[in-house]
Write a protein that binds this ligand. Structure first.
Ligand code: MG
Length: 339
């Protein structure tokens, strides 16, 4: 019989992290385990405040999950449909169960999920490393701290003098940059001007430049922008993918938004079938959820899987970043061991 266990776990950030919505120095999380016949599958819910979930809401949701009605952990479609149907929303709580179930089943098979999915670890992409917001001086310092470790950096704009920030970053690195505006611009003409200027600065991709529901304006911008435009906040789950065809160049899939690995797998396939590129993102998470997402990474176009690198109390070891590239391990399930 499968047994679900869970406990709160506070992630400590190495640096205060700032995006357009605010700053924080910790991220509340919930760790999940599914025990079954001597095996343990690990999962995790990470809840940045802007997604509306909390330790209380996640644990309240998990208390309703009764896995004892399922005899076979491999009936994942049945189990996860049941979990999804318990209540609307709660995507991080659902992702925690999904990840633990994938870890468990992968361990029962004895293979990591990228192999079960038929993916080649060599095809895993390089990841961007996200430089949190701050004054141009602080951002410059953060860039210098990671000099030589990554092939591409991601910077957060939309909360002040964007051009001063980019100039400051450019004064200390020539690496390609991706830019995440987190819905921070509110004028498509300004967005197009900025995109053109950013392209001249060696920026290669623009993430969520406009508010999430401004699909007409995002489509207008995508058609004219010299940079590919990716949707993040505009897309949460599988059902959101279809309406973004022709609106943006690609979508950012995150396990905590989409309820986990099973739905993420479906989203990657649907997006590619619709001609959309795919980026794989994460929240501030331990190596548990980041390694789970990394299992999908050989099939995506961009990866921003640095969440575990931002915390100082990671209880797991899993996916590694070497020379900026995602290196999957051969450990079964989601590829983690306790640190
Ligand atoms: Mg984003």
């Amino acid at each position: 019989m499968m047994q679900l266990r869970f406990y709160p776990y506070i992630l400590k950030l190495s640096h205060e992290f700032t995006v357009a919505a605010g700053s924080r120095s910790i991220t509340p999380g919930v760790q999940v385990e599914i025990g079954y016949e001597g095996f343990t599958g690990y999962g995790e819910a990470s809840m940045p405040p802007y997604l509306g979930e909390s330790v209380e809401s996640v644990t309240a949701f998990l208390r309703q999950v009764d896995l004892s009605q399922f005899k076979d952990p491999f009936c994942m479609e049945d189990i996860l449909r049941y979990v999804d149907g318990i209540a609307p929303g709660n995507t991080a709580a659902k992702a925690a169960v999904d990840i633990a179930l994938h870890d468990l089943t992968g361990k029962l098979i004895g293979l990591p999920w990228y192999k079960i999915w038929g993916l080649n670890a060599v095809s895993a992409p390089y990841t961007t490393y996200t430089i949190g917001m701050g004054s141009p001086e602080v951002v410059k310092e953060k860039v210098l701290e990671v000099a030589g470790r990554f092939r591409m950096l991601k910077i957060k704009l939309g909360n002040g003098d964007d051009r001063a920030l980019v100039r400051s970053v450019r004064s200390v690195t020539s690496l390609p940059l991706t830019v995440d505006v987190n819905q921070g611009w509110h004028d498509k003409y300004k967005a197009l001007d900025e995109a053109a200027w950013l392209a001249e600065q060696g920026v290669v991709m623009l993430e969520q430049p406009l508010p999430k529901d401004w699909l007409d304006d995002l489509g207008w911008l995508t058609e004219r922008s010299p940079l590919p435009v990716f949707a993040d906040e505009s897309v949460q789950r599988l059902v959101d993918v279809q309406r973004l065809k022709g609106v943006v160049s690609g979508i950012n899939i995150k396990l905590m938004k989409c309820t986990g690995m099973r739905e993420a797998w479906k989203m990657v396939n649907l997006a590619h079938a619709l001609g959309l590129k795919v980026m794989l993102g994460c929240m501030t998470e331990t190596s548990c959820a980041v390694s789970a997402a990394a299992q999908l990474s050989p099939m995506v176009d961009h990866a921003d899987l640095d969440g575990n690198l931002l915390i100082s109390n990671d209880p797991f070891r899993g996916v590694q970043i070497k020379g900026g590239k995602i290196v999957l391990t051969s450990a079964p399930g989601i590829g983690i061991v306790e640190a």
